[in-house]
Write a protein that binds this ligand. Structure first.
Ligand code: CTP
Ligand code: CA
Length: 233
């Protein structure tokens, strides 16, 4: 991602970005996972570094190379992602949760490979809900004025359209900005492009038309930048 005409407006800022999809193991060889590629989070990390920020990228299972000038911490599970993000965000000015943490994990992880039953039967999986990292970050701001950003991939359902579901999610999470993707078509996964609506806690919605994930990344940092409370001193 190229800095737009060399804008270095994030010099002196520390930011944390999470990316990719977590894996929740059933045994040493099997896991529950999701389709997140990590591309948007990596684009965010690159864009912030290009604009001069000190960037920590917590990457869950992404097969992408380390972006230039970014400290990358590789994790697999939601518990590991949570630990790394919380540790890195202690002195951060902004935290962007672009990762897709699995909502649930198997209640117990088998230490050895689970064997298939001989009688044709199937086991049932008992799941436990994972902690909500974004909610935790929004509730316990670690630095004054820390800006917390979430992502929401929505399809709309019987209870509401994409935007009304997203507004409810923003309120529930307590974050400052929510980047909303309409994933009804399934098209964003692994794609180089993305389109989104940026919702803020004051109720404003800004549309970012279909563009590269790099362009959307810069639009997100523009929105984060306007929320930083004061000049660095
Ligand atoms: N998120 C998180 N911790 C979780 C789950 C999600 O921090 N355990 C973050 C994601 O990184 C994203 C935001 O919360 O920034 C929204 O994720 P999403 O899956 O849309 O929210 P959920 O509350 O899990 O709701 P849903 O039922 O739609 O999956
Ligand atoms: Ca979820």
């Amino acid at each position: 991602v190229l800095a737009r005409s060399g804008v270095r407006d994030l010099v002196g800022r520390r930011v944390v970005v999470s990316a990719g999809g977590t894996r929740e193991y059933l045994d040493p060889v099997r896991f529950l996972g999701n389709r997140s590629s990590g591309l948007q989070g990596f684009a965010l990390a690159s864009a912030a570094a290009a604009r001069g920020a000190e960037v920590v990228l917590v990457a869950a299972n992404a097969t992408l190379a380390d972006p230039v000038g970014v400290e990358v911490i590789r994790v697999e599970t939601t518990a590991q992602l949570r630990e790394a993000v919380l540790a890195a965000s202690v002195d951060a000015d902004a935290v962007v949760m672009a990762a897709a943490p699995a909502d649930y994990r198997p209640t117990s992880v088998s230490e050895s490979k689970i064997k298939k039953a001989d009688d044709g039967s199937a086991p049932s999986l008992e799941l436990t809900q994972n902690p909500d990292i974004l909610r935790e970050l929004a509730r316990e701001r670690r630095t004054e004025g820390q800006v917390i950003v979430g992502f929401a991939a929505e399809t709309g359902d019987a209870t509401g359209d994409v935007l009304s579901l997203a507004r409810a999610k923003l309120a529930r999470k307590g974050c400052d900005l929510l980047v909303v993707n309409d994933v009804s078509g399934g098209a964003v996964f692994g794609s180089d492009e993305n389109e989104a609506v940026l919702l803020d806690a004051d109720g404003h919605a800004t549309e970012v038309p279909r563009a590269s994930k790099g362009v959307l990344a810069h639009a997100i940092w523009d929105a984060v930048g306007t929320r930083f409370i004061s000049d660095l001193g």
